[in-house]
Ligand binder design. Structure first.
Ligand SMILES: C[S@@+](CC[C@H](N)C(=O)[O-])C[C@H]1O[C@@H](n2cnc3c(N)ncnc32)[C@H](O)[C@@H]1O
Length: 210
């Protein structure tokens, strides 16, 4: 699906964490990442599309360093505020807009990402960049929506994919050089959809190794 316009996450940054459903989803995804990846204190981790750091800060106590990368200065600013107020020394931020050719810098043992891939027009290109950023044997672990009919967001500005077919993403990962590719269901988000009542949106977690 081609959507011309991008969503302005800067405008949403200050209120991002005020949505309880969103915070719960991030926590469910973080629990699922922790369960599947068992992060350890010798790991340098990248959270791609970290937003305000809801997932980043759940992983932070468990790892050596965690870098939150995002295209929105506003979202990164909220995360930086939390890092400063909590006196955290192992969290870094990087401004990188993948769509505009921005690259994340560093080498990581684990790359995580939550609910960001559907905002990226070319996931295959992102998977190739992730390959370059990982140590040999490093892993990726990302969560996003299973294929949906467009009712998850309501306003689909900046939504380049109405969820994903898991097998399609697995093929793209394989083509990018990943192996040991698995999927699980990380969470199910229930939302009231206008005119359709309560709807359940499953969120997958796909893991793979370089
Ligand atoms: C739906 S939010 C998810 C944020 C966070 N992971 C969470 O779970 O709360 C998607 C995030 O991806 C970022 N993003 C969108 N397109 C991006 C791109 N091309 N490069 C880097 N980050 C991007 C947005 O700025 C936003 O913070």
């Amino acid at each position: 699906m081609k959507t011309k316009e991008r969503r302005d996450f800067n405008k949403e940054a200050a209120q991002w964490d005020a949505n309880p459903g969103r915070v719960k989803l991030a926590n469910d995804v973080a629990d699922s990442i922790i369960r599947e990846m068992a992060p350890t204190q010798d790991m340098d981790v990248l959270d791609f599309g970290c937003g305000t750091g809801l997932v980043t800060l759940r992983l932070q106590p468990l790892v050596r360093t965690i870098t939150g990368a995002d295209s929105s200065e506003g979202m990164l600013g909220v995360l930086e505020g939390k890092v400063a107020s909590q006196g955290l020394t192992n969290v870094r931020t990087q401004h990188a807009d993948f769509e505009k050719g921005g690259r994340v810098h560093g080498v990581f043992h684990l790359i995580v990402s939550s609910m960001t891939l559907h905002h990226v027009p070319d996931p295959a290109a992102l998977f190739r960049q992730w390959q370059d950023l990982l140590v040999p044997g490093g892993r990726v672990c990302f969560a996003d929506l299973d294929a949906e009919d467009g009712s998850f967001h309501g306003d689909n500005t900046g939504v380049f994919h109405l969820g994903f077919d898991r097998d399609r993403l697995k093929t793209l990962l394989q083509e990018a050089g990943f192996h040991d590719i698995r999927d699980a269901t990380a969470a199910t988000m229930t939302k009231d959809v206008e005119g359709k009542g309560k709807r359940a949106f499953p969120v997958f977690l796909i893991t793979a190794r370089k």
